[in-house]
Design a protein around this ligand. Structure first.
Ligand SMILES: [Zn+2]
Ligand SMILES: [Zn+2]
Length: 438
């Protein structure tokens, strides 16, 4: 047994080449000296989507100081930092920078007490980096500093993108609309990561599939015929019809898409009526519809229309009073990793950082991201990975019936910055050196 353990220890030593140790040591040193105070600053000063003025200015200053050519105000508060280093591919790395209108109750010493006027509610609100975007931007600065100090190890052009308003899925689109590729070049590869409270701190989680879903927003307007609640035969009740539509929609995912293809149809809002004894003449349903492929998206959106309109017919509504199905133009495509590129990066991370740190844990939910606006139209091979942010002992405590690990967007959300930021820089630099290394 002891011999076997010794053999495993020797093997794991072999899996850490000298280069990786040197890189990891340099990143750890930079974290201690430079990145930790920077993270602390960002964590204490979150800014809401589209209002990331101070964050963007600080990022521009940091990236300029690292030796990059920096352009500000791209698509609002977006920042683009370029480092040209001879011939080779153009590789883009994106970090999103917005915080959320949440009052931090993490109990951390550096918990945010910042406030901003929320343009959605019109109210002054506490702000919090409750999704960990402070890890992303701090890591981006760490990556910039490593890549600038290692220009003899790679050639090509590095494009670092500091993106606004991910939480409102507006920022990536706004940067593209501001001529991002036309002004700075169309990347050969696009990369991004998200810190993840559900993964063990320091781990790199990468899949060949779809880490984030595509999302559509759909409204269904049901036109009924109003009447007295005691004389239902005089009207056409939109609440009864709406209830039938809600139930029939459940068959789309269960009966119409392949059981191996993920999809979601959630009716998040159902509004109708004013009083006990009045049959309303209108009901309004609000849906979020999620997919990981265009095929699923088509089945779901066409199915919603078919069910709503035909249940309207079944209810006896005239052709000009059938339910209206409105699909918002603000659709988000799914985030689909390029499988060969994901395999290539996983191999690089495993050999440079140790295979025990690289995992492939499939996503359970159908959250959406606006990163694909950078990778579609034209299609750019891309990989989006996750960096674990929660210490193993916190998962053990939860498994033993203790305090649960807080989720993203919770006031209790808490990431361990040191393993998350250093793993963010390590994984990004290894990926960039794999794609641009000499
Ligand atoms: Zn978020
Ligand atoms: Zn996020």
């Amino acid at each position: 047994m002891i011999k076997r353990l010794a053999a495993i220890a020797a093997l794991s030593l072999l899996s850490f080449p000298m280069h990786a140790s040197e890189l990891s040591d340099a990143i750890q040193q930079d974290y201690d000296d430079y990145l930790w105070p920077l993270f602390d600053h960002f964590h204490r000063n979150p800014e809401l989507s589209l209002l990331e003025f101070e964050t963007a200015a600080r990022m521009a200053e940091e990236l300029r100081a690292a030796g990059f050519e920096v352009t500000e105000n791209v698509g609002g508060t977006g920042v683009v930092a370029m480092l040209e280093n001879g011939s080779g591919p153009l590789v883009m790395m994106r970090a999103d920078m917005d915080g959320l209108p949440v009052e931090e109750k993490s109990g951390l010493e550096n918990a945010s007490r910042a406030q901003q006027r929320d343009p959605i509610s019109g109210q002054t609100t506490y702000t919090m980096h409750a999704c960990g975007h402070d890890v992303h931007i701090t890591s981006l600065v760490g990556t910039a500093r490593q890549m600038a100090s290692r220009t003899d190890e790679w050639s090509g052009t590095l494009m670092l993108i500091v993106q606004p308003a991910e939480e409102r899925v507006l920022g990536a689109r706004a940067m593209r609309a501001d001529g991002l590729w036309e002004r700075f070049g169309t990347p050969d590869y696009a990369l991004a990561f998200h810190v993840n409270a559900n993964d063990v701190a320091g781990q790199i989680n990468v899949s060949e599939g779809s880490p984030y879903a595509g999302a559509d927003t759909v409204d269904i307007i049901i036109h009924g015929v109003g009447a007295h609640g005691a004389h239902p035969h005089r009207g056409r009740d939109p609440i009864v019809l709406g209830a039938q539509i809600v139930l029939a929609l459940q068959t789309l995912v269960s009966r119409e898409i392949s059981p191996r293809m993920p999809g979601v149809v959630t009716v998040g809002s159902f509004h109708s009526g004013t009083k006990h004894n009045i049959i309303s003449d209108r009901a309004h349903l609000q849906l979020t519809v999620r997919n990981t492929s265009e095929e699923t998206r088509t089945i779901l959106l066409e199915g919603i229309e078919r069910i709503a309109v035909n249940l309207g017919r079944a209810a006896g509504l005239p052709e000009d009073r059938l339910p209206e199905v409105i699909v918002s133009e603000e659709s988000v495509p799914p985030t689909n990793n390029d499988a060969p590129l994901a395999r290539r990066l996983r191999a690089a991370w495993s050999s440079e950082l140790g295979s025990e740190r690289v995992v492939d844990i499939p996503t359970r939910g159908m959250g959406a991201e606006d990163f694909p606006f950078f990778t579609v139209d034209p299609t750019i091979p891309s990989v989006y990975w996750a960096i674990g942010g929660t210490p193993q002992e916190d998962f053990d405590r939860e498994a033993a019936g203790g305090e649960p690990v807080p989720s993203h967007h919770s006031p209790l959300f808490k990431i361990s910055p040191e393993p998350a930021v250093t793993a963010g820089v390590e994984s990004t630099v290894v990926a960039l050196l794999e794609l641009m290394g000499n």
